[in-house]
Write a protein that binds this ligand. Structure first.
Ligand code: FCB
Length: 484
């Protein structure tokens, strides 16, 4: 076993579902078609200074019109599964009221198209595009948004609940709460510590209520899940007890604020104590915790990089290298005396450190804490500054050895975790297509397929051909072993 996680030949059994992931606002475009209402990302991206270059999701990858060709592409790449998200404002333009037939029809066709091509549909109900009308009523800081989400979940369960294999309620509620309402780096761009914590709870509640609603109406036997971006935290070497305590505090905010209620049925006592100066958490009402704790058939894990912390002693300017855009507010309520330290490279184009051992560690830690809980990697991948070249016969190519290397190393980590007894069920690479990377607009390319934003032409990168080879052979290929 080599230490750099660059193994080849390691095999994954049939049933370990390998595919790719996207999200509605990042790829669909068609922002005002067929009755779709505005979401918080439409508003945010139109607000000067919020998104790189003033980019918006108005057109994105035009997937709303090109879905069929995109499905053909997935089939050509041999994907076994496709994780997509449903745009709530396409279904209910104001987040309430009757469903729009056109919105339902779009996702229904998409799911039928996946099934016809033998691709397993993994549907996420919420990947950050909250209807703006609900934000105007308080968004995730108010309870009524969680109740509205349950109604929306029921609508989708009734519409697609005979065909979806895995239902994921929320994508990364950490980002929705702390970046959306704390730091202001994501829509809706609000910056209060209280709002962020209220959002944490109402997102958790929304998850529980949505699962209840889905269970009542679906007719097949799907798996229920939520996707979390759990943070792999490390304390600065030599930082002793104070470093360990900084780690504990960030672990409570980043990880246990979700796994606590979702899987243990309670918010961590230290989280409540650390945030007592901000709120008494009286927005947690009787019965909420029982409803949040739903058996999960699979827990979705998104992993990109690790996080290094220590306690800030105030002697020099505070370091905040936590991988997120600084937009004025804090994504860490009550933790103003924690520093986030730069980490050893190499780095991706996001500036995130590449460390497959973090994925291995995370999966083992989850196994130790929740031994009975099946897991699935619902996102892992990397942005790099790709270069397009042309073969002698004029075929465009994107040789992206750094992305292939990233994937090879992280698939190796996943394999090792399985060997160590982790019940890991699958791996969805982020992302199928280059797309709208939130606050970074179109400047960061995560796709295994290149998108030319002028022509909408799709070009599978070497990483896509490598992944195809992996799926064909069920073994981790050498970096230059690309499918034809
Ligand atoms: C995750 C998001 C996904 C994408 C990747 C790079 O936090 O879920 O939409 O932006 O990061």
């Amino acid at each position: 076993m080599s230490d750099d996680y660059r193994e080849t030949g390691l095999t994954f059994p049939p049933g370990f579902v390998i595919g790719s992931a996207t999200a509605s606002y990042q790829i669909e475009g068609a922002h005002d078609e067929d009755g779709r209402g505005p979401s918080i990302w439409d508003t945010f991206s139109r607000t000067p200074g919020k998104v790189w270059n003033g980019d918006t999701g108005d057109v994105a990858d035009d997937h709303y019109h090109r879905w069929e060709a995109d499905l053909d592409l997935m089939q050509q790449l041999g994907l076994e599964s496709y994780r997509f998200s449903i745009a709530w404002p396409r279904i209910q333009p104001t987040g309430r009221g009757p469903a729009l037939a056109e919105g339902i029809a779009f996702y229904s066709r998409l799911v039928d198209g996946l099934l016809a091509r033998g691709i397993t549909p993994i549907a996420t109900l919420y990947h950050w595009d909250l209807p703006q009308a609900l934000e105007d009523e308080g968004g995730w800081t108010v309870r009524s948004t969680a109740l509205a989400f349950a109604d929306y979940a029921r609508i989708m369960g009734e519409a697609l609940g005979d065909r979806i294999a895995v239902w994921t309620t929320l994508n990364e509620p950490w980002c929705s709460a702390y970046l959306g309402y704390g730091s202001g780096a994501h829509a809706p761009g609000r910056t209060t510590a209280l709002g962020a914590l209220q959002a944490v709870h109402h997102l958790n509640l929304a998850h529980g209520l949505a699962i209840e609603a889905l269970r009542e109406v679906v007719t097949n036997d799907p798996q229920y899940s939520i996707t979390l971006n759990l943070h792999v935290l490390r304390a600065e070497a030599g930082s002793g007890e104070s470093g360990a305590d900084a780690l504990r505090q960030i672990d409570a905010l980043a990880n246990r604020a979700f796994t606590g209620p979702l899987l243990h049925g309670a918010y961590p006592v230290d989280l409540l104590a650390d945030t007592a100066g901000i709120t008494d958490w009286s927005f947690v009402l009787d019965g909420d915790l029982e409803r949040i704790r739903q058996p999960l058939d699979v827990l979705g894990v998104n992993y990109y990089a690790t996080t290094l912390v220590r306690r800030w002693d105030g002697s020099s300017p505070r370091l905040m290298a936590d991988g997120h855009k600084d937009m004025g507010g804090s994504p860490w309520p009550g933790a103003d005396d924690v520093e986030f330290l730069p980490q050893e490279g190499p780095y991706t184009a996001m500036g995130w450190n590449i460390d497959p051992s973090g994925l291995y560690e995370l999966l083992l830690a989850l196994r130790d804490e929740f031994p009975e809980q099946p897991l699935m990697i619902t996102e892992n991948g990397a942005a790099f500054d790709d270069v397009v070249t042309t073969d002698a016969d004029g075929t465009p190519r994107v040789h992206d050895p750094l992305r292939v290397d990233y994937l090879q190393r992280h698939f190796t980590a996943a394999h090792r975790a399985r060997e160590a007894g982790v019940d890991l069920r699958g791996y969805q690479v982020w992302s199928l297509l280059d797309n709208f990377e939130w606050g970074y607009g179109y400047s960061k390319r995560f796709g295994i397929v290149r998108v030319d934003y002028d022509t909408q032409e799709r070009t599978p990168k070497d990483s896509a051909l490598w992944l195809k080879r992996l799926i064909e052979t069920r073994a981790i290929p050498a970096p230059d072993d690309l499918a034809g």
